[in-house]
Design a protein around this ligand. Sequence first.
Ligand code: SAM
Length: 224
Amino acid sequence: MEIDVLTLFPRIFEGPLDESILKRAQKSGLVAVRVHNLRDFTHDKHRVVDDKPYGGGPGMLMKPEPIFEAVETIRREESCVVLMTPQGAPLTQERAQEFSRKPHLVIICGHYEGVDERVREALVDEEVSIGDYVLTNGALAAAVFVDAVVRLLPGVLGDEQSAGDDSFSSGLLEGPQYTRPPEFRGMQVPEVLLSGNHEAVARWLAKSARQRTKERRPDLLKED
Ligand code: SAM
């Protein structure tokens, strides 16, 4: 997969992209992530990327020209152009799965009051929100989006860390998990997990996942 990110703050990506699983995924060639500064697509002396909104109101809007030039330079036939916006459809595990099957994502990060509406109308294939709250700019949201998508690419997590058991992948939250020691400060690991009885363990894991989902996210449980 290839990902091109368009932002006014390329440095925000340095941390998330240069650590752990995202770093390894790039090193092993499973994903190529390129981060572009939208100011590089301006042509004036001051590299202006924003202007006042028509009709008044506080704040500034991102101008269309640098975004159009950047997207039209970078996108290809098979590209999916994504706008990070709190007005987009919420990012879910299911949507992350769908995006992980796209060969090329071009991600536009907004700033200030957002982007000129013509960007949305003419360039954008998908709008993604990472939740019902407003961030100062789209770079952090895009870093979350990239992480959620890249970890689902085949080979990125490896056998020891499959995404299939994660919360939401099966439609439920994952149940409680334990590691050694079997007793810590008087708190015991459930007996069944130490039993070596694989069937009983599987039953316990399935039951506890359902129980946890019922307690915390009953909305995820389908009507039986
Ligand atoms: N005025 C805009 C509105 O009310 O919809 C919000 C603009 S926000 C301050 C600036 C930028 O941050 C947005 O253009 C978007 O790229 C990004 N952003 C903020 N919250 C987000 C969220 N929940 N999900 C995705 N992107 C978000």
